[in-house]
Design a protein around this ligand. Structure first.
Ligand SMILES: Nc1ncnc2c1ncn2[C@@H]1O[C@H](COP(=O)(O)OP(=O)(O)O)[C@@H](O)[C@H]1O
Ligand SMILES: O=P(O)(O)OC[C@H]1O[C@@](CO)(OP(=O)(O)O)[C@@H](O)[C@@H]1O
Length: 734
């Protein structure tokens, strides 16, 4: 430290002496007494640029310095001497020294592409390890890996024949320690066997979390026709191609244990030809309130405490945690790849993390939170109805605007969203200020404008006077902005993070006039790019390009449209959207199109994305996903009855045909709906779905044929059957 200080003062000395004897003419400080103020010198022969200081300037007081802030600012922004370096860096071709080469080699070793990855969770009990494991499994399965969680606790309960008391977790209890090691060892063996594809069971034996990546799971197994058999084979082949990620869920709380896991996974001798990457993810939490809440959750949900009195169970868990704390060693070996997550990702430390971990998993880990905000997704409103389109004999254009039905849906959607979002905010506000801190999480949320600050204060000082005010100020201030429109002035009736594609019909579906919502228009949310086949009907493609069509039927997920995309490509571009949705702590609305929503819904349903082409998405329906405690999502579907006559729409008196004829290249008829169209919607058929896997019946396809496409007019929940036997779909399926 002292040496560094000395060095700094030496440098300062050198600098000041150079400015004092700045009169000396050298190539770095060419000082000229030109009388026209500080100016930029010309280019020196050596390529460097020089500044000419005018030492006659009064501000300089003849000491070569300049105290005029305006001049300094102007110079700083206009002179190019040295500033090119900061703007662009050196233009010289980069060179590699032996040192940088060695560093890169090290990085390469850790980036090496291996088809197998092991993520080892680390942390004391109640730190969210299993929560993180489940989120990881869902995310990685969705984005195309086979992923399975191996929870050592399950093996331990098998080995110990049931639940174990706190003493079992004492590191000095040698018999128990042996049993714990046995459980870990069995789980690890199973994980490695599964990673090496030597385990053909569909569930992780004994300890695995099962998972969306089941090898023969999904709709394809139940069908009998040859197309479907072919597709089943394609699915199996695709699964064979997939990389595998095993998640080892235990406390892994000592260095010895972690080193053992690392050795077992990477031992060159034992695992020759099976390269496996290992990354540790340690969850650290010292927020006492949060921990209390987590422990309560554990006591209420862990199989170890079933049927036990809550108080007794809590005491046992706290003693168990203490035993673990006595032996706990945080990760310190910087030669290993690891990520440390502190207090709900409020801080993260990332060490030797490259490749897909850096690209996908780190952003996802940063985004996940335990907030309870709902996510709403729906298709853009209708442009023109099918009979109109048929009579006009025109195909769908991407730039079409909303028709009468679409505008009615837009208005109805506003009413629905307002009710939902305000209801959410009201409930969260009550939780944030509830005296029972155990009922929710301590994550900051938004305040509801509809309940005034004064009422809050009153409730805090009055009935709920004993409350901790930890959140009050933070909650209010952090989210104030969410209630103000993009113009910075107009108050918004409810807070919502809105994302749409760049298609006019999607943007117009949330075009609630006079309500300047900050809307994220993202091309990532645009429909599947059908390349050369854009605008063509599936029947026509089948006739004109039978070979390509057959391939599509066989492998709907990976067959790429000529010059366009396949669903696999679409999934890649939706990864950042998923992360963006996950990181929100307030309500989110996504307005997009069938193909995109199929992929997104697969994520929320925790089903393999390859099967998403069979997900039906009816028009005028909102799919609402609410976070479940364990990290998954509960689904409900709300069909919204729209009524054009309710929509304050100046076109509402026109008949559908006339209004819907307002198609491509015609600008949308703007409708003055400034007045909140509350009540202009009616919920019908609200379907709830709590588990994972199969969706609510309403949109569950009655057969296992895929549904492709984004045809705006086609309501895919009511597919019509064509008389053409080779076609899985009717007209308009694309
Ligand atoms: N990053 C985190 N830090 C702290 N707590 C978390 C985190 N993520 C989730 N939680 C919460 O921790 C609680 C306990 O989660 P669990 O996964 O059972 O813990 P563990 O497996 O570490 O014993 C859950 O209620 C969850 O909401
Ligand atoms: O083998 P270690 O690293 O102790 O970790 C596994 C243990 O993790 C524990 C720690 O409490 O948690 P959990 O069941 O919640 O996943 C025990 O069930 C389990 O025996």
């Amino acid at each position: 430290m002292e040496a560094a200080m000395n060095q700094m003062s030496l440098m300062a000395g050198a600098l000041s002496s150079s400015s004092i004897d700045g009169g000396a003419s050298n190539n770095d400080n060419n000082i000229s007494n030109t009388g026209d103020g500080l100016g930029v010198g010309g280019s020196a022969g050596d390529g460097r640029r020089h500044i000419n200081f005018d030492i006659s300037d009064a501000n300089n007081e003849n000491d070569g310095t300049n105290n005029d802030p305006d001049q300094v600012r102007e110079l700083a922004t206009t002179t190019s001497t040295g500033s090119d370096y900061y703007a662009k860096g050196s233009a010289e071709v980069a060179t590699e020294s032996a040192l940088t080469l060695a560093k890169i080699q090290h990085r390469l070793r850790l980036t090496k592409k291996s088809d197998r990855l092991v993520i080892v969770l680390v942390g004391l009990p109640g730190r969210g390890k299993s929560f993180i494991a489940r989120k990881l499994q869902n995310f990685l399965t969705w984005r195309g890996s086979e992923c399975r969680v191996f929870n050592v606790g399950k093996y331990r309960r098998q080995a110990a024949d049931g639940a174990c008391g706190a003493d079992f977790f004492d590191s000095k209890n040698t018999a128990a320690a042996q049993m714990r090691q046995l459980a870990a060892s069995l789980a690890l063996q199973d994980m490695l066997r599964w990673l090496d594809n030597e385990d053909n069971s569909t569930n992780a034996s004994g300890g695995g979390g099962g998972g969306g990546g089941g090898r023969t799971s999904g709709m394809f197994t139940t069908t009998t026709n040859s197309n479907n058999n072919m597709r089943m084979m394609m699915t199996l082949m695709n699964n064979e191609r997939k990389d595998r990620v095993g998640i080892f869920d235990a406390t892994n709380s000592t260095r010895e244990r972690r080193d053992w896991v690392l050795r077992e996974c990477t031992c060159r001798k034992k695992r020759a030809g099976k390269p496996t990457g290992v990354v540790f993810v340690e969850s650290i939490c010292d927020d006492v309130d949060l921990l209390n809440e987590n422990f309560l959750t554990k006591v209420n949900t862990s199989p170890d405490y079933i049927g036990m009195d809550q108080k007794v169970a809590m005491e046992d868990l706290l003693t168990r945690v203490k035993k673990y704390e006595e032996a706990y060693e945080t990760i310190e070996d910087d030669t290993q790849s690891y990520i440390k997550i502190y207090n709900l990702s409020s801080k993260m430390l990332v060490n030797h993390i490259y490749g897909r971990m850096a690209k996908s998993i780190v952003p996802a880990l940063m985004a996940w939170n335990v907030g309870t905000r709902p996510v709403f997704v729906c298709r853009a409103g209708q442009t023109m109805n099918e009979s109109t389109r048929a009579s006009l004999r025109c195909s769908m254009s991407r730039s079409e605007s909303l028709g009468v039905q679409g505008r009615a849906f837009r208005d109805a959607l506003f009413g629905y969203m307002q009710e939902e979002c305000l209801d959410f905010i009201n409930r969260r506000q009550m939780t944030a200020f509830s005296p029972d801190l155990n009922t929710g999480t301590s994550i900051s949320g938004m305040m509801n404008r509809s309940v005034s600050k004064m009422n809050f204060r009153k409730s805090l000082d009055g009935d709920l006077g004993c409350l901790s005010t930890i959140q009050s100020e933070e909650v209010e201030e952090a989210d104030e902005d969410l209630y103000v429109g993009t113009d910075g002035v107009t108050p918004l009736p409810f807070p919502c993070y809105i994302m749409t594609s760049t298609m006019p019909r999607a943007r117009q579906t949330v075009d609630w006039e006079d309500m300047p919502y900050p809307i994220q228009m993202l091309s990532n949310l645009n429909p599947l790019d059908k390349g050369d086949f854009t605008g063509q009907e599936l029947e026509d493609i089948a006739v004109k390009h039978p070979e390509w069509y057959e391939q599509l039927v066989e492998d709907p997920f990976y067959t790429r449209f000529p010059g366009g995309e396949c669903y696999g490509d679409l999934t890649s571009r939706l990864e950042s959207v998923v992360v963006d949705i996950e990181q929100q702590v307030g309500p989110v609305l996504v307005v997009s199109h069938v193909s995109v929503l199929q992929v997104l819904v697969a994520y929320f349903r925790n089903t393999p994305v390859e099967n998403c082409t069979s997900i039906a998405l009816p028009l005028n329906t909102v799919l609402k996903f609410t976070p479940a405690k364990g990290g998954g999502w509960q689904e409900s579907q709300i069909r919204i009855q729209t009524s054009p006559s309710n929509s304050h729409n100046d076109l509402s008196s026109m008949d559908n045909t006339a209004a819907d004829a307002n198609v491509p290249a015609v600008e949308e008829q703007r409708t003055p709906l400034a007045r909140t169209p509350v009540g202009s919607y009616k919920k019908i058929d609200v379907m709830h779905h709590a588990g994972k896997g199969s969706p609510p019946e309403m949109v569950s396809p009655s057969e296992s044929l895929p549904i492709w496409g984004d045809h705006a007019m086609r309501d895919t929940s009511y597919r019509r059957h064509t008389t053409m036997p080779v076609l899985p779909l009717g007209r308009g399926a694309l």
